[in-house]
Design a protein around this ligand. Structure first.
Ligand code: 5AD
Ligand code: SF4
Length: 475
């Protein structure tokens, strides 16, 4: 039976496609007059979710008739923003100031700002008062409306603001672009229901909603037919995929379905919340030929006391147990993590618990963050905010512990032959190709650019810590 939202989604998609066609006709006419294609430039801040959103934006703009350019000196400039930490916001304001100057010499330039920061009333207020030259503001829930917003802006010459608090809509089948021909991100769910007490994501990305499994499968099949060999499944907590669907399905089950798609050779996913990582998933990963040998498992803190206040719903002990279960099933798996230092009330003892977990797990690598106060989250008003100097000092100690672990983990595949997905010509030395191992580490090796996008056998000659130097094995 078709669900109500599906039909609303389809109507909305049809409406947007109409507007795209209208705008395209208008742009084609202008092109006939001027002989000049209009250009666009997207600046993406933040996570892979934003990168994927930017590909969708790019798809819409290309369909309208814009051509991509890599400088901000373009006819349409869009900032897709992040607000997970304060410094992300500050970077956006800095760059917007520069755009204002560019617009003075090109008054017809259209500037749009979207993404997580725009879901915060204070940021929008600041833009409305201090950056009045901005033309279009929208959020995370209505990216699919970009063509409509652009049309309103072109017709009205006023600032267009369209912000939704939350949505149940998942609008499929709009144009979308891909940065790489051979690998693609695929959203499997949107939003987050976890409300970790430091995190702004549930407020700016809304409630958790999963895409229908069949829509995901169809998208991946189409990618595979188009030459994609590696996919990255994206969601704030992929382990709770499917729970909100009419016909519930587990993430492990979805992975099994994707495993069956011809042409897809590698499956990655992020992010996994430790509290929801099931035995079923470990089993599926262990038996899979396509799921990559890598798991990103955010720890955030090693102190059970802080984890409780962070609302993470696992303890130091249960996290370590989970890690040993995973390692028992997949001894060679690469584990990476996210850790926050300086969460309100963090004591030296709490921090030492974090170091203890880091030393015990021996992560291959980690993203480490100094706690950043986000207005509206429970942690922002908690007592015991940690002084910057203390947090910085702990951050440095944490980095050293992570580096010691990754130095040990590095090189474990030295002198073996491994499969490498060739991604690009090496930026420093054009005689070399750069590719990725299943565990996500980079490998550089001599080779011809015709191999880009292919999975090849490479002998890992020498470990350089965070990457290998290798030699192509001709099969
Ligand atoms: N301060 C610092 N780091 C944060 N993260 C999320 N919110 C904050 C915050 N307020 C980190 C978490 C998360 C990653 C994406 O960003 O570690 O896993
Ligand atoms: Fe933020 Fe926690 Fe949701 Fe991750 S799981 S997005 S850290 S609230």
């Amino acid at each position: 039976m078709e669900r109500k939202e599906t039909s609303i989604n389809e109507l909305e998609a049809a409406k947007q496609l109409n507007i795209i066609t209208e705008l395209k006709a208008r742009f084609d006419q202008e092109f006939e007059k001027t002989g000049k294609k209009k250009t666009y430039h997207i600046e993406t801040f933040g996570c892979q979710m934003n990168s994927r959103d930017s590909e969708k934006i790019s798809g819409i703009l290309k369909q309208i008739g814009y051509e991509e350019t890599d400088t901000e000196d373009a006819d349409f400039v869009l900032f897709n923003t992040c607000t997970v930490r304060e410094n992300a916001n500050n970077r956006v304001y800095g760059r917007l100031g520069y755009l204002g100057k560019l617009k003075k010499s090109n008054p017809d330039m259209i500037i749009a700002v979207c993404g997580c920061m725009m879901q915060e009333a204070s940021a929008v207020e600041k833009i409305k008062t201090s950056y009045r030259f901005i033309d279009i503001i929208f959020g995370t829930h209505n990216i699919f409306k970009l063509a409509e917003l652009l049309q309103i802006r072109l017709d009205s010459k006023r600032m267009v603001i369209d912000l939704w608090k939350d949505t149940e809509l998942i609008v499929e089948n709009l144009p979308n672009d891909r940065k790489y021909s051979f690998k693609a991100g695929v959203n499997i769910m949107y939003g987050c229901n976890n409300f970790c007490s430091y995190c702004i994501v549930p407020y700016v990305r809304g409630r958790e909603r999963s895409r229908n499994a069949q829509d995901i499968i169809d998208e991946i099949k189409a990618f595979a037919e188009d030459g994609v060999v590696e996919i990255m499944l994206l969601g704030q907590n992929v382990n709770s995929y499917g729970k909100t669907l009419e016909e519930p399905i587990t993430f492990a089950n979805l992975l099994q379905k994707i495993e069956g798609i011809d042409g897809i050779e590698r499956i990655r996913f992020m992010t996994s919340h430790p509290k929801d990582l099931s035995d079923e998933l470990i089993e599926v990963m262990k038996n899979s030929k396509k799921i990559c040998n890598h798991l990103h498992l955010p720890l955030q803190s090693g102190s059970s006391r802080l984890l409780k206040i962070m609302n993470r719903r696992y303890t130091k002990e249960s996290y370590l147990e989970l890690v040993s279960k995973i390692r028992k099933a997949m001894p060679n798996i690469s584990l990476t993590t996210d850790i926050i230092v300086g969460f309100p009330g963090e004591t030296e003892e709490d921090f030492k618990e974090t170091l203890d977990v880091v030393n015990k797990v021996g992560y291959d690598s980690a993203f480490t963050f100094i706690y950043s106060k986000r207005t509206g989250t429970p942690a922002a008003t908690m007592e015991g905010q940690v002084e910057e100097t203390v947090a910085k000092e702990r951050f440095d100690r944490l980095l050293k512990a992570i580096q010691a672990g990754s130095a040990k983990a590095a090189g474990k595949d030295e002198h073996t032959i491994q499969k490498v997905l060739v991604e690009e010509i090496n930026a420093q030395d054009s005689s070399l190709l750069t590719g990725r191992l299943s565990n996500n580490l980079l490998v550089h090796f001599p080779g011809d650019q015709s191999l880009i996008g292919k999975i090849v056998d490479v002998y890992l000659e020498e470990s350089k810590g965070f990457y290998y130097m290798g030699k192509l094995i001709n099969s």
